[in-house]
Design a binder for this molecule. Structure first.
Ligand code: DGL
Length: 262
C-alpha cells in the first residue's frame, strides 16, 4: 500500500492525482482533521504530528509514504527520512523541478501557507537548481478556510485572491507554484487573476508524476505495491459534514471516511 498523509482533507487532491496517474496502486490516506491546520503551527509541532501520521500509515502496512501537505513537506520531510526506512516522497521537490523546467524568464512565484513560506524551502530548492532565477513568495493564510467552507466561487474569495496575487503580478512572474493542497481547487480563479500567460504548477500532479518515476526506478517495490482492484482507505482523525463535502468535491464521488484516534 502507498500511504498518503495530510493535515486534513485537502491532501485528497494528491490522492486523486495518484489515483488518476498511477491506477492500480491502492492507497491508504490519513487526514489529520482534528489537528488541522498545520500551516499556522510551529516546526516542532508539525514534525511531531508528521511522525505520528507516518507511524499510523506504516502500521497499516504502507511501504511508501507521500507527504501531501506542503506545510509538512517543507518542515518535516527531512526528519521523516532520517527516522524511517520507508521511502518518503514530498510535494516540494517535484513542484520545484517542474517550475524551473517551464519558466522561461526565470521569475517564479510561490503561494502557500505561512509555514510553507516561512520555511523558505521552495525558494531554496529553486535556487539550488537554477541559481540565476528569482523567486517571489506570498503567504495566503485565508485561502484554506475559504476552500474548507466550500467558497470556491464566491465574490469574497475572488477579492481576497486579487489582493494576495497583486504583489506577484507586479513581479512579471511567468510561473506560479500552487504550494498548498487546497489551491488546485481555486486554480480556475487564480489563473485569470495572475494572468493567462503565467503557468500554474499543481504540486499534487507533480508528486503523482514523481511517484510514477520512482516506481519505474524501483521495480521490486512496484511489483509489491501494484494491486489493481484493491480499494483505497481514507482515515481521518475527525469527521464533519464540511469534510465529507470537500472530499466529495475533490473526488467527484462520495468517499467513505473512517474516523480513528491517533
Ligand atoms: N495541507 C496544508 C498545506 O498544504 C494546508 C492546510 C493546513 O494549513 O493544514 O500546506
Amino acid at each position: 500500500m502507498i500511504g498518503i498523509f495530510d493535515s486534513g482533507v485537502g491532501g485528497m487532491t494528491v490522492a486523486r492525482a495518484v489515483e488518476q496517474l498511477c491506477p492500480g496502486y491502492p492507497l491508504v490516506y490519513f487526514g489529520d482533521i482534528a489537528r488541522t491546520p498545520y500551516g499556522s503551527k510551529s516546526p516542532e509541532t508539525i514534525i511531531r504530528y508528521s511522525r505520528r501520521n507516518t507511524e499510523f500509515l506504516l502500521a497499516q502496512g504502507c511501504e511508501l509514504i507521500i507527504i501531501a501537505c506542503n506545510s509538512a513537506s517543507s518542515t518535516a520531510a527531512d526528519a521523516l527520512r532520517r527516522h524511517y526506512r520507508a521511502p518518503v516522497l514530498d510535494v516540494i521537490g517535484p513542484a520545484t523541478a517542474r517550475a524551473v523546467e517551464v519558466s522561461s524568464n526565470g521569475r517564479i512565484g510561490v503561494i502557500g501557507t505561512r509555514a510553507t513560506v516561512r520555511s523558505g524551502v521552495y525558494k531554496e530548492r529553486i535556487l539550488a537548481m537554477a541559481p540565476g532565477d528569482r523567486v517571489f513568495s506570498q503567504a495566503c493564510p485565508l485561502l484554506v478556510p475559504l476552500v474548507e467552507e466550500g467558497w470556491l466561487n464566491r465574490r469574497e474569495t475572488k477579492m481576497i485572491l486579487r489582493k494576495y496575487l497583486h504583489p506577484l503580478r507586479t513581479r512579471q512572474i511567468d510561473t506560479l507554484v500552487l504550494g498548498c493542497t487546497h489551491y488546485p481547487l481555486l486554480s480556475h480563479l487564480i489563473a485569470p487573476r495572475i494572468g493567462r500567460r503565467v503557468t500554474l504548477i499543481d504540486s499534487s500532479i507533480e508528486v503523482a508524476r514523481s511517484l510514477r518515476e520512482y516506481l519505474t526506478g524501483h521495480p521490486e517495490l512496484e511489483k509489491r505495491l501494484y494491486r489493481p482492484g484493491t480499494p483505497g482507505r481514507f482515515f481521518v482523525s475527525d469527521a464533519t459534514d464540511a469534510v465529507q463535502n470537500l472530499a466529495r468535491t475533490i473526488f467527484g464521488r462520495p468517499i467513505n471516511l473512517e474516523k480513528i484516534d491517533v
